[in-house]
Design a protein around this ligand. Sequence first.
Ligand SMILES: NC(=O)c1ccc[n+]([C@@H]2O[C@H](COP(=O)([O-])OP(=O)(O)OC[C@H]3O[C@@H](n4cnc5c(N)ncnc54)[C@H](OP(=O)(O)O)[C@@H]3O)[C@@H](O)[C@H]2O)c1
Length: 407
Amino acid sequence: MKQKRPLTKIELASVPRTVTLLGATGSIGSSTADLLRRNRSGYRIEAVTAHRDARALARLARDLSARFAAVADPSAYSELKAELAGSGIEAAGGPASVVEAAQRPAEWVMAAITGAASLAPTLAAAERGATVALANKECLVCAGALFMRRAAAKGATVLPVDSEHNAIFQALSAGRREDVARVVLTASGGPFRTWPLEAIRKVTVEQALNHPTWSMGPKVTIDSATLMNKGLELIEARFLFALTPDELDVVVHPQSIIHGLVEFRDGSVIAQLGSPDMRIPISHCLAWPVRMDTPAPRLDLARVSTLTFEEPDLVRFPALAIARRALAAGGAAPTILNAANEVAVREFVAQRLAFCGIAALVEATLDAMERRGETSEPQSVEEALAIDHNTRRLAADLLPEIAAMTS
Ligand SMILES: NC(=O)c1ccc[n+]([C@@H]2O[C@H](COP(=O)([O-])OP(=O)(O)OC[C@H]3O[C@@H](n4cnc5c(N)ncnc54)[C@H](OP(=O)(O)O)[C@@H]3O)[C@@H](O)[C@H]2O)c1
């Protein structure tokens, strides 16, 4: 009897794929769900998760005919269970249930939980060799070397969803890795790009949440306003593409049309362009290695007319310089940077810290952790989470002083 040959990647792309959405109720989760709704026959949904928005999660789970739905916050479980009554969809609650969702047998997992809370479930998906579409950047910043090492050991495929990294992923296919001279991430510059320092100091939460080109969740929107987002992305790129800090650069490009560039040794620069719509990079990962249709607006360069570029201003936006320092230092510094920034953003949103206090609190926390000698790179998830935990406590201790200094 003739032996059946394994399906090629292209053939695999034509059979329904099983997918799980971690962080399904957020901005990236909703954009992914939109693409799935438009391609119902191409995908079967295994699991969807949220933090505590049980009603939105139940609606999505029913709409996508998911098999399993989990909320990380145990207090939201009873609402989820009630909302899913009679649907045949299994409901679960608590952080372990989100990890369970990631462990269930989906070939493709969207990692779109905000913050370091994404680390355990995303790693769980990678550990079973799934294709992980990585939107969350904090888990690579928190434990990048560890995450990429485990993913490689288990044969997982990590596809970058972040628009800049997805652009670089696409541009890198134009040449050999050893011929890459430099990788450049573009930054919109955020809503305060042209503001004087004095005005930036007085920025309100509402102003910081109003991004000029992208529509995103609150944490990443605030990170974009401080330019910390670009710093986190530099660290993300370092681990995703195994680059050195010297090979990485940032240029401010307010129109957000060019998302990333790769310069090769012969001077050729390959860029990826597209409208600022996250459904483009998400679809690239969802259909990979082929392409799918998306409703994203087509790029009309004649209408865009002008593309401009400038150097980032590290005086008005010190968060990027602090992130570069953590990138160069390596070890525990990126983990500390990420945790301190999560605390600082939360405190800014709660109006207990001024906008300029975000970078100040992160820098003070990094300095203090360095003085304590907490500088070694985490070798396990437990170590990464312990550094994360210690940093958060230290940042909370430093908060009153920094808040008073920067108010
Ligand atoms: N939005 C973008 O355009 C964009 C672009 C590039 C990269 N990213 C990255 O993608 C990630 C998601 O961003 P987003 O803008 O989609 O965020 P978002 O709109 O705030 O959504 C976050 C999602 O994660 C869930 N979640 C939050 N905290 C959680 C926890 N502790 N445990 C379990 N689930 C939790 C939320 O559930 P609830 O709804 O119940 O709160 C929600 O489903 C971030 O890391 C961000 O940096 C986003």
